[in-house]
Design a protein. Structure first.
Length: 214
C-alpha cells in the first residue's frame, strides 16, 4: 500500500502540535509493510495559485514560451497530482491557523483541485468525484475548542478538508484525530496532547491493520 503523508506545518515538533502528530504517526508506521512518502508543503516549491497559472495554461495550449514562475507552477502542480495519483491513502497533518488551513496546504489543494483529475461534471452539470479509489486520514491540531455547537461553524480547517477531499474528490475518510483545547486550557495542556498523540498512534496502527487485510 502506498501512503502519502502531506505535512502542512513548518514549526518544529517542540512547538507545533500537528508537527508532533506527523512525527508520531510516521514513527508508528516504521517497520510496517507500507510504502510511505512525505510531501512537505513547506519544503516543496509551491508557488501560489493565481493568474500566472492561468497564463501558463493558455501558453501551453498555444505552444508559447513560459516564464520561470509559470514553469515552476506547472511543475509543482504536476508533482502534487503525481503524488496523489500514486497513493492509496493520503494522510494530511495540519493545524488550524486563524480558523482555516495554512496557505501552503491551500496551495497543494489548489494544485490537485482540477476538473478531469480530482472531479468532473456530468452532462447534467452534476459534480462527479474522481478519486473514490483512495482513502484519507486527517490529523489536525487546534489550540482552541471548536467541537461545541456554538464554535463548530467557525472551524474551517477540518470542515474544509472534509468537504473538498472527502466530498469533491471523493476520497473515503477512514480516520480523523483532532487535538484541541491545549491552548485554551493551559492547566491540561500536557494531558490533552499526550492523549491525542496516543490516538494518533492508534490511527497509524489501524492503517497497518488495514494493510494486512488488503
Amino acid at each position: 500500500m502506498n501512503v502519502l503523508v502531506v505535512k502542512a506545518n513548518n514549526r518544529p515538533s517542540t512547538e507545533g502540535i500537528s508537527s508532533k502528530m506527523y512525527e508520531a504517526f510516521t514513527d508508528e508506521l516504521e517497520g510496517k509493510e507500507l510504502n510511505i512518502k512525505t510531501y512537505d508543503v513547506y519544503e516543496e516549491d509551491t508557488p501560489f495559485f493565481g493568474q500566472d497559472m492561468f497564463n501558463a495554461f493558455s501558453k501551453v495550449e498555444n505552444d508559447e514560451e513560459l516564464t520561470d514562475i509559470e514553469s515552476r507552477l506547472l511543475a509543482a502542480k504536476q508533482k502534487a497530482m503525481d503524488a496523489v495519483s500514486a497513493a492509496d491513502v493520503v494522510v494530511f497533518a495540519f493545524p488550524l491557523w486563524n480558523l482555516t488551513i495554512p496557505a501552503k496546504l491551500q496551495t497543494f489543494i489548489d494544485y490537485v483541485y482540477a476538473a478531469g483529475f480530482s472531479f468532473n461534471y456530468s452532462a447534467e452539470g452534476n459534480l462527479i468525484p474522481l478519486l473514490t479509489d483512495k482513502k484519507t486520514i486527517f490529523l489536525n491540531a487546534r489550540g482552541g475548542i471548536y467541537s461545541t455547537p456554538e464554535a463548530a461553524p467557525m472551524e474551517m480547517a477540518v470542515n474544509y478538508m472534509r468537504n473538498v477531499v472527502g466530498g469533491v474528490f471523493g476520497m473515503e475518510v477512514i480516520d480523523e484525530v483532532i487535538i484541541e483545547g491545549h491552548n485554551a486550557m493551559p492547566d491540561k495542556t500536557d494531558e490533552i496532547i499526550a492523549a491525542g498523540l496516543e490516538e494518533v498512534k492508534a490511527s497509524a496502527q489501524r492503517l497497518g491493520e488495514l494493510t494486512l487485510k488488503v
